[in-house]
Design a protein around this ligand. Structure first.
Ligand code: SPV
Ligand code: MG
Length: 544
């Protein structure tokens, strides 16, 4: 069922034949509390809003500060807010802008009182307060009504005649004029401790327009009396700010005196309750939906079985991936990069000195024949834990986080990362050169590039390679299928143990499957030699 507009809800509250009630709130959390308690509307009290800012109810907070806070209140609630708009914060022109801004921010109506800017709270020397000129105030009401774009937005006119020491005649004269000027309802205020003034007014007013009251001072009046008088809406105007102040004073006093939290802990709302009121659950749900859904099943498979040929001395005791770079093993850096992209499931294919792999939160599968087999044999060892959504990478990689982030953003079946900024003269190890459908044009928008082949040669008859495959790929459902089929097909070949990832990609491409290329321009390295290791130190300097 569509949710009724807040303006329409407020209009219906005012028009309802039942006596209705709204309660004061002064910020987002108190607005939520009002809604949860079952109220059908919220009074954004000027007194309470000023108080929560720690200023006086004399228009010391600017109108935009008020409107900003009311926006927070509106954002977290579904019930209508009636803003205590004081005197409209200026003349008719300010009123016009106020109404437009309130509509934009989801506020259902505004109440303005017939006093002069800057106003003073009605309970502070009310009798000395000057009332607005009736005609001027009528113009202000009309200007507000003419500015609304939503027919149901409500302007309530508040009569301060009793507060300022005038009688019922004057109150009625004003109410009639304001109603004629377009006010949707009349709020009649009284500072007496008994309800006589408002009851007399209600009798004379005789429901010409909905009547609103604020029984702060005559609070001991039985509610039935208001019902019998034909009042439409009761505003409980300041009771949450007052209860909050009381509770805060008590808690502050207690903590200060006791120098421990033990006494107060069970007397105050739990942190969990605060999280609940903030809607923490909704965010967790949204994260599952928007942040993790496509990624949470991603598994990283890290190939780390080899000793690392060019690093003999350093790998006597541990595999290459456990070599520290600036105090942190390569593999740990890689796992952290995965976590940063919400890849929580990381499987390492280990071989040489596997028992020395000491990185938390990973799974290990073993390639027992690491000494005389190659990358595809290692990959095949991880076969039982393959997932549709999978990143496969070499364990000796270092890269800036955007490299893996870019790969995670790809929605293609199979994607590889190719560095177009390579230098074949200084590349160590056995580089995989990539020949692609088009060269990197370094456009900001990501070209649509396909892999044509991987080769150990940086040059071919057609010219130079377009880049170096950095040893990182990602599959989705179909890509996984292609990868598994290629592994199956190649497993029959007698030299399977000598085949590498490049052979696998070539097989897939040769089958006509599109392998998407994401170009990067440096910002990564792999570690195959002492020189690489020194470079790795510089590359990671300053990184966490
Ligand atoms: C408010 O809540 O700010 C009001 C009502 O205007 S009263 O404080 O009673 O004037
Ligand atoms: Mg007020």
């Amino acid at each position: 069922m569509p949710v009724m507009r807040k303006t329409t809800q407020l209009r219906r509250l005012l028009a309802s034949r039942e006596l209705e009630f709204i309660l004061e709130a002064h910020n987002g959390i108190s607005a939520r509390i009002v809604e949860e308690a079952g109220f059908k509307g919220i009074w954004a009290s000027g007194l309470a809003l000023s108080a929560q800012f720690g200023v006086r109810d004399n228009n010391e907070a600017s109108w935009t500060q008020v409107v900003d806070m009311v926006e927070f209140m509106s954002d977290v609630t579904r019930i209508p807010i009636l803003l205590d708009g004081d005197t409209g914060y200026g003349n008719f022109n300010n009123m016009r802008r106020l109404v437009r801004k309130l509509e934009q921010r989801g506020v259902a109506g505004v109440c303005i009182e017939d006093k002069l800017f800057p106003k003073t709270n009605s309970f502070i020397d009310g009798e000395r307060q000057e009332l607005a000129d009736v005609d001027e105030f009528c113009g202000k009401i009309a200007a507000g009504k003419d500015s609304q774009t939503d027919d149901d937005f409500c302007v309530v006119a508040r009569i301060e005649a009793y507060i300022a020491g005038w009688d019922t005649r004057e109150a009625l004269r004003r109410a009639s004029a304001f109603h004629a000027a377009g006010a949707d309802a009349i709020l009649v205020h009284s500072a007496w401790s008994t309800p006589e003034q408002i009851l007399e007014f209600a009798r004379e007013w005789a429901n010409r327009a909905p009547l609103v009251i604020v029984p702060t001072k005559y609070y001991s009046t039985p509610t039935q009396v208001f019902r019998d008088a034909g009042v439409s809406l009761v505003i409980w105007a300041n009771h949450l700010i007052r209860s909050a102040v009381d509770a805060m004073q008590e808690t502050a006093r207690q903590i200060h005196a006791d120098q421990t939290l033990v006494t107060v802990e069970d007397q105050i709302a739990s942190v969990k309750e605060i999280f609940r009121l903030q809607g923490a659950d909704e965010l967790a749900q949204a994260e599952r939906r928007y942040l993790y859904e496509s990624r949470r099943d991603t598994r990283a498979v890290i190939l780390a079985a080899t000793r690392g040929d060019g690093l003999d001395d350093l790998t006597q005791e541990r595999p290459k991936v456990m070599l520290p770079v600036n105090g942190k093993p390569l593999l740990k850096r890689l796992v952290e990069r995965c976590r940063k992209q919400q890849i929580d499931s990381v499987t390492v294919v280990a071989g040489y000195k596997a028992e020395h792999i000491d990185v938390g939160g990973i799974d290990i599968v073993h390639n027992p024949r690491y000494a005389d087999s190659g990358e595809l044999t290692s990959l095949n060892c991880a076969r039982p834990i393959f997932r549709d959504d999978m990143v496969v990478m070499y364990g000796d990689l270092l890269f800036r986080s955007y490299v893996l982030r870019g790969l995670m953003e790809s929605d293609r079946d199979l994607t590889v990362v190719v560095d177009s900024h390579y230098n074949s003269a200084t590349s160590s190890g056995k580089p995989d050169y990539a020949y692609c459908s088009v060269a990197d044009d370094r456009s900001l928008w990501g070209q649509d590039v396909l892999l044509e082949r991987i080769s150990p040669d940086a040059h071919s008859a057609d010219g130079a390679a377009h880049g170096r495959w950095i040893g990182m790929l990602r599959t989705r459902a179909r890509g996984r299928e292609w990868l598994e089929n290629a592994l199956d097909a190649l497993a029959d070949s007698p030299d399977f143990d000598r085949l590498g990832m490049g052979d696998l990609l070539n097989h897939i491409v040769a089958r006509g499957h599109p392998v998407r290329v994401i170009y990067i321009h440096g910002h990564w390295l792999d570690v195959n030699s002492i020189r690489d290791l020194e470079q790795a130190g510089r590359f990671t300097a300053g990184q966490r």
